[in-house]
Design a protein. Structure first.
Length: 78
């Protein structure tokens, strides 16, 4: 299995900080998620880190066994 990690408000939308998913293309993984969560994860301001490395361009991600994909929401100040 691979892991999706949700930080900040994304964890609230996901109903938890992590979710185990089958390896495969990110598009397939996102299609299996609730629509509201998938839309939030695709927001251009959300940063993505694969196995601890921030990705400049998230296109073409294929999750392998043991991968961790983290979604970091935009930082908001008050």
């Amino acid at each position: 299995m691979a892991r999706l990690v949700f930080l900040g408000r994304l964890a609230d939308l996901a109903g938890g900080a992590e979710r185990a998913v089958a390896p495969g293309p990110l598009e397939t993984t996102l299609a299996a998620l609730p629509v509201e969560l998938a839309v939030a994860l695709l927001d251009e301001r959300v940063r993505i880190a694969l196995n601890g490395e921030l990705l400049a361009e998230p296109g073409g991600i294929v999750l392998a066994e043991g991968d961790e994909l983290a979604f970091l929401p935009p930082v908001s100040g008050g």
